[in-house]
Every structure is written in structure tokens, then in C-alpha cells.
Design a protein around this ligand. Structure first.
Ligand code: HDE
Length: 694
């Protein structure tokens, strides 16, 4: 009988993992010596210190303890809102000077490129949640100007849910996971959110936007950004002009359809992050124009709403948008944590020549962000982190604190002082000055009367939409309210909708199978019929382009090589990225006997990844795929998501086997230019035939 060897007395066993050299063989290159955080060179990163090869581990192992301790502290508290985000570096370039309005050099020096770091985010979900829930998207830009950092911390929707910052914790507690059960994650479709909304009429304008396709974008490269609040520009004479900031995507606006967004959440939870990463890595740099709406105090006095109320927008038809610059994102961060996670945006970060308006939501934000960075990043020195540090010189007498990275020299850490020639001092000429606005009134916890109209702009937004977009808003409301268990909450929401558009309320009531149309709650102000604003649409503003879009080609062994090559050439020439999908990731053997590598395996690469698809199959290839559910779903989803589909004969066999009836968006693969035209948009007319719309 073989005796069990005592491993501790077996030298060959003791050295099983050695010092890791054999594991590293493939890496190549020259590697710096690995050390502890104190610079002590390590001889072994594979094994902890043991009393014997099979004996207990020693507490003495300071190397193990340092490594594990650091690991234990790797996470910092995630952002309470906007926890899930993706960001990139780039620049802002001014194309038109605002020198008449402001002294801010970033807005007056035409051609000047200012470095930026821009973070996009969802609001409700945790940092590990998915990219495509129905949600507002954060659009935060840090501009490292020569006069200090300017953070324009906006969203992809130009209005907000509430008028006063004191309601923010309530709003967020209502939308986040319900506290007793810990779900739903990253979703507004639940009782507490709609309960809060049904009792907060001021939210209804924002609700119309949040239920629209703005909340399910196709790509972060295809969203608008808005500073929301009015800010002030202040010129050299000290005159102030109000300003609203808008980012406009060069690729145009585009959204997914809801079913697609839901399926994307499963198929690729990182869909938006990957899309941003891949486009930057491929050199297709996302770009936005910066637009401003400029207006005076007098003009504002004649608006039929109060511009200090963050639940209101200023229609472009009333104050046109002036394009003054562009932002290009051209570099992915080197490290997600150090940059994307540690970046700290604060609306209070601004530059001379800018100032705040009296928007009470903005004033709450001016406090909140600095406070949250202190708890999230753990130190008042968060501004010294590379991603947060200004790129211009900065100096003052603030000292010490957790994680002080600077080593200030000299005796003077106070002012006034007379002991040190190079200690920092104020500059009355170039320094920031608050605009000397006159304020008067009676102190109190009040809402201005001018904030009382909660429905007119909600109505304007809804009536400005195309018929398809209205149907999507109605579907979203029915979906969300169907997830609300409490009947009186469903009814109360429908009651509010009656002020916005009675037909919409009737539609939602029918979609929920309510017995009666609930009564409308009293409105605090008359609902106005404002002129509609086509600028608020997505479909109407969609750019007919394949640029920035992705076309997927499904093929199999035996697919016509020439047809594939022709389609790839034509779609790429039109600006699209082409991805090949095949049953096996290694690729398929085409009709010319050559193997074409696949970018994705069919089962893991559904058609939801693409803006349009082509299916090129031999008779035999099609015969195999008709019994493959992933292939049938590939076709059915592309059709259901209103996409253009190009088919050769084999592709047509798969299409027919999927039980679908072709329409104008189903195009012969040989007609590349017709397919390209179709692929530039979606076939919204198809929708009524593929799903029940309320
Ligand atoms: Fe924020 N918001 N917010 N918010 N917000 C945060 O700051 C807050 C509001 C926005 O990518 C937090 O650093 C209050 C409006 C973005 O890092 C926190 C109120 C708009 C981001 C906070 C609002 C925004 C945040 C959480 C009501 C659009 C992500 C982590 C008064 C104009 C920035 C953090 C990033 C993040 C507070 C309302 C946009 C807690 C109190 C309106 C894009 O400070």
C-alpha cells in the first residue's frame, strides 16, 4: 500500500508555485521590480509566509497583511445618485466669442482648446447596475480652464423633477430600491416612486421627458446635455446676462425602443460604456456642439413661466440657441477608479465671468456636491487628486487634512501677512466677483407664485412629439404604472395626466383597464396652450446618417463571399462599423473557401447590438439556422426593433421561417444603397404591427 507523502517534508511539493516566474513567461517586455507600498522589493507574490509548507500562516507576514488590507479598502462609498458612470478625456474648443457677455477666458478666446473630462451616468442604479434602464442620464463636464476648473454638471433632459433642493432626498429615496425589500434596482417602475410623483405635481413636466425615449438612449454619443438652471454671464463692465447651456451631439439624437433596452440589459449590461470605449479606441471621437440661450432680466420677466424654476425650459423658438463651441472626447481614461470614480464634480466650481442665478434647486446643489465629495473621497484634499486638480496654478492658505499630497513651504499659512514675499494674495482685477444683484423681500419658507404652473410645459412637451413618440410615452406610462401595485397611486397619476392631455389620460386609463377616468386634482394655475416646439422631438431631429452606427452581418459556412464583401464595403463607406456574427466565434468558411473571422458568436451577439442587420446565408447555412433559436431571435428582434434588414436568398429563408411578413424595411442584400438608406433610421410605421400600443 502506498504511503501518503508528507508534503512538508517533500521539497518538490513545497515549491509547486515557485516564485511565479513560470506563470509570467508569456508577458515579455522588461518589468519593474514589484515592491510593497514602502518600496521593499518582493521575491514571491504567490505564497504567504508559513511556519512549514503545510503549516499555519504567520501573522508576521507583513507583506500579506499590507496587500490584503489595501484590497479590503479598495471600495469607496459609491455616489448616492449617478453611481454608474462612464467617462472620457477630451477638449472644448471655442468657435464664437462671448466677450460681449462674459470675461471667462474659456468663453472668449476663440480657437483655445480647454482640456475636459466628461462623465455620463444613470441616476438610480448602483455602480454595478446596467447601462440601459429607463432613467435620466447625467452629463457632467469638468473644464480645466486657465482660470480654474469649471464644472458644468448637467443631465440629458433640460428640466428636473423638483423645484426646491429640500425635496431631493425624498425624490431619491422614492426612486431607489424600496428600503424594506431592497428592490427594484435601477428602475422607477415601482410604488414608492409613483406615490411620490402622484403627490408632487411639479414633477409632471420631467415625468413626460422621463417616459419619453430620451430616457432610453441608443448611445451616450447620441444624447443632448443641459445645464438645466439659468446661470449668469458677467462682462467686463459688470453687466449680467442670463444663460442656459446645451450640448448637441454631432451624431444626432437617437434612442432604442423599450423592448430593445430591456433585452440589452441582459445581453450587454455595459452596452453604453462599451460603445463609448470602442468608438474612442477606433478613433471615432464623439463630439458635441455647445449652444447657449442668452436672455436679459427684462426678457425673462415676459416669459410665461419663471426661468428660475428648474421644472421649466426655455423653448428654442422663444430664445434661439447660439452655437459657440465644440467638445470632442478623444481619450479613454487610463484607470477607471483613479479617474472616472474619483472625479468630483461640483456645480460650485466656476470661473470669473460666470455666476449663479437664484434657482433654489441650484443653491441646494452648491452645498450638496462639496459635502458629498468629503464623505465619498474622505478628505478635503480631494482637489489634489490628479483628475480633480486644476491645470492652472492654484494656491491658498488651506493646510493639512487627510491625505495631504502637497508639501507647502515657508512660515506663512495665513493672511494678511508681511513675512513672505511669495505667499498667495487676492487679485482685485482678475479675481472672481459675485454679481451684485439686488435682493429684497420677506424671509420665509415659501414657493414663489411664479412656480405654480405645473402642467403647461408638460402639455407643450407631449403635444410637440411625433405620433410615434407619443405612443412610446403612453406605453412607458402604462408599463410603469402596471408595476405599481397600489390602485390609488395609479389613479392619481392618471388624474394628473388629464391636465396635460385628456386623450393621453384616456389612453393610459384604458391601458391599465381602469373602470373610470379618475378626476383631475385641482391645478394651482391655469394650464396654458403654449406653442408646440418641434425642437423637443427625437425622431424629428434624428440625423439620417450611418456614421457612428453599427451594422451586423449574420453569416454561416457557405455564405456568398462576394455579397458579404460588397455589403461590408458599402456600409463602411457610408460611415458604419461592421461586425460579423457567425455560429462559431472563429468564423465561417465562405463560398470562396476562405474563412472570415467573426466579431461575435451568434448566441452571445443578438441583433440588439446593431442599428441594422444583414443576413447572408447559403441554402445549407440557412437550413441549419432555422432550427437555432438565437438565429430566429436575431431576425425577430431586428424586425421588432424596427431596424432595416438586408437579406439574400438564404437570409430570406431564415426570415420566412421566423414567421414574419416583410415590409419596406426588409431589403434585398444586393441593393446596398437602399439598405444603407433604410439603416439610417428606424421603421416606426412597423411598430403598430409588432406590438400592442396603448
Ligand atoms: Fe445631482 N448630485 N443633485 N443633479 N448630479 C450628485 O454628487 C444633488 C441635480 C448630477 O458624474 C451627487 O458627486 C442635489 C440636477 C450629475 O460624478 C450629489 C440635487 C442635475 C451627477 C448630488 C441634485 C444633477 C450628480 C452624488 C437637487 C442636473 C453626477 C455624487 C438640489 C442639472 C456627477 C456626487 C458625476 C451627482 C446632489 C439635482 C446632475 C449627492 C442635492 C438638477 C450629472 O451631490
Amino acid at each position: 500500500m502506498a504511503t501518503k507523502k508528507n508534503a512538508s517534508s517533500d521539497p518538490s511539493r513545497a515549491d509547486v508555485r515557485g516564485n511565479g516566474d513560470e506563470l509570467h513567461q508569456q508577458a515579455g517586455g522588461s518589468h519593474p521590480v514589484m515592491t510593497t507600498n514602502q518600496g521593499l522589493p518582493l521575491s514571491d507574490n504567490e505564497n504567504s509566509l508559513k511556519i512549514a509548507p503545510r503549516g499555519p500562516v504567520l501573522l508576521e507576514d507583513f507583506i500579506l497583511r499590507e496587500k490584503i488590507t489595501h484590497f479590503d479598502h479598495e471600495r469607496i462609498p459609491e455616489r448616492i445618485v449617478h453611481a454608474r458612470g462612464s467617462a472620457a478625456h477630451g477638449f472644448f474648443e471655442l468657435t464664437e466669442s462671448l466677450a460681449d457677455y462674459t470675461t471667462a477666458s474659456v468663453l472668449t478666446e476663440v480657437g483655445e482648446q480647454t482640456p475636459v473630462f466628461t462623465r455620463f451616468s444613470t441616476v438610480a442604479g448602483g455602480s454595478g447596475s446596467v447601462d440601459t434602464p429607463r432613467d435620466v442620464r447625467g452629463f457632467a463636464v469638468k473644464l480645466y480652464t486657465k482660470q480654474g476648473n469649471w464644472d458644468l454638471v448637467g443631465n440629458n433632459i433640460p428640466v428636473f423633477f423638483i423645484q426646491d433642493a429640500i425635496k431631493f432626498p425624498d425624490l431619491i429615496h422614492a426612486v431607489k430600491m424600496e428600503p424594506d425589500r431592497g428592490f427594484p434596482q435601477a428602475a422607477s417602475a415601482h410604488d414608492t416612486f409613483w406615490d411620490f410623483i402622484s403627490l408632487t405635481p411639479e414633477a409632471f413636466h420631467m415625468i413626460m421627458w422621463a417616459m419619453s425615449d430620451r430616457a432610453i438612449p441608443r448611445s451616450l454619443r447620441m444624447i443632448e446635455g443641459f445645464g438645466i438652471h439659468s446661470f449668469r454671464l458677467v462682462n467686463a463692465k459688470g453687466d449680467s446676462t442670463f444663460v442656459k447651456f446645451h450640448w448637441r451631439p454631432k451624431l444626432g439624437l437617437q434612442s432604442t425602443v423599450w423592448d430593445e433596452a430591456v433585452k440589452l440589459a441582459g445581453a450587454d449590461p455595459d452596452f453604453h460604456r462599451r460603445d463609448l470605449f470602442e468608438s474612442i479606441q477606433a478613433g471615432n471621437f464623439p463630439e458635441w456642439e455647445l449652444g447657449v440661450q442668452l436672455f436679459t432680466e427684462d426678457e425673462a420677466a415676459h416669459f410665461p413661466f419663471d426661468h428660475l424654476d428648474a421644472t421649466k425650459l426655455i423653448p428654442e423658438e422663444l430664445v434661439p440657441l447660439k452655437i459657440i463651441g465644440r467638445m470632442v472626447l478623444d481619450r479613454w481614461p487610463d484607470n477607471f477608479f483613479a479617474e472616472t470614480e474619483q472625479v468630483a464634480f461640483c456645480p460650485s466650481h466656476l470661473v470669473p465671468g460666470l455666476d449663479f442665478s437664484n434657482d433654489p434647486l441650484l443653491h441646494g446643489r452648491l452645498f450638496s456636491y462639496l459635502d458629498t465629495q468629503l464623505s465619498r473621497l474622505g478628505s478635503p484634499n480631494f482637489h489634489q487628486l490628479p483628475i480633480n486638480a486644476p491645470k492652472c496654478p492654484f494656491a491658498n492658505h488651506q493646510r493639512d487634512g487627510h491625505m495631504q499630497h502637497q508639501v507647502p513651504k515657508g512660515r506663512v499659512a495665513y493672511g494678511p501677512s508681511s513675512l513672505q514675499a511669495d505667499s498667495p494674495r487676492e487679485d482685485a482685477q482678475s479675481g472672481f466677483r459675485s454679481y451684485p444683484a439686488e435682493e429684497a423681500g420677506t424671509r420665509g419658507r415659501v414657493r414663489p407664485e411664479t412656480f405654480a404652473d405645473h402642467y403647461s410645459q408638460a402639455r407643450m412637451f407631449y403635444l410637440s412629439q411625433t405620433e410615434f413618440e407619443q405612443a412610446h410615452i403612453a406605453s412607458a406610462l402604462v408599463f410603469e404604472l402596471s408595476k405599481v401595485d397600489t390602485q390609488h397611486v395609479r389613479e392619481a397619476v392618471v388624474g394628473h395626466l388629464r391636465h396635460i392631455d385628456n386623450d393621453l389620460a384616456v389612453r393610459i386609463a384604458a391601458g391599465l383597464a381602469l373602470d373610470d377616468l379618475p378626476p383631475a386634482p385641482p391645478a394651482k394655475a391655469p394650464v396654458l396652450d403654449m406653442p408646440t416646439s418641434p425642437a423637443l422631438q427625437i425622431i424629428g431631429k434624428m440625423k439620417k446618417t450611418l456614421e457612428g452606427r453599427v451594422v451586423g452581418i449574420l453569416l454561416n459556412d457557405g455564405s456568398d463571399a462576394k455579397a458579404v464583401a460588397a455589403l461590408v464595403k458599402a456600409t463602411e463607406a457610408a460611415g458604419a462599423t461592421v461586425k460579423i456574427v457567425a455560429p462559431k466565434v472563429g468564423g465561417a468558411l465562405l463560398s470562396d473557401g476562405k474563412k472570415l473571422a467573426a466579431d461575435g458568436q451568434l448566441a452571445g451577439t443578438p441583433s440588439i447590438n446593431f442599428d441594422a442587420v444583414a443576413i447572408i446565408l447559403s441554402e445549407e447555412g440557412a437550413g441549419q439556422l432555422v432550427s437555432e433559436a438565437a438565429a430566429v431571435d436575431f431576425v425577430r428582434d431586428a424586425f421588432g426593433h424596427l431596424k432595416a434588414i438586408a437579406l439574400d436568398e438564404g437570409g430570406r429563408a431564415l426570415f420566412d421561417a421566423s414567421g414574419l411578413e416583410a415590409d419596406a424595411g426588409v431589403i434585398a442584400a444586393s441593393k446596398a444603397s437602399a439598405f444603407i438608406e433604410g439603416a439610417k433610421g428606424r421603421y416606426f410605421e412597423r411598430e403598430a404591427g409588432v406590438r400592442i400600443l396603448p
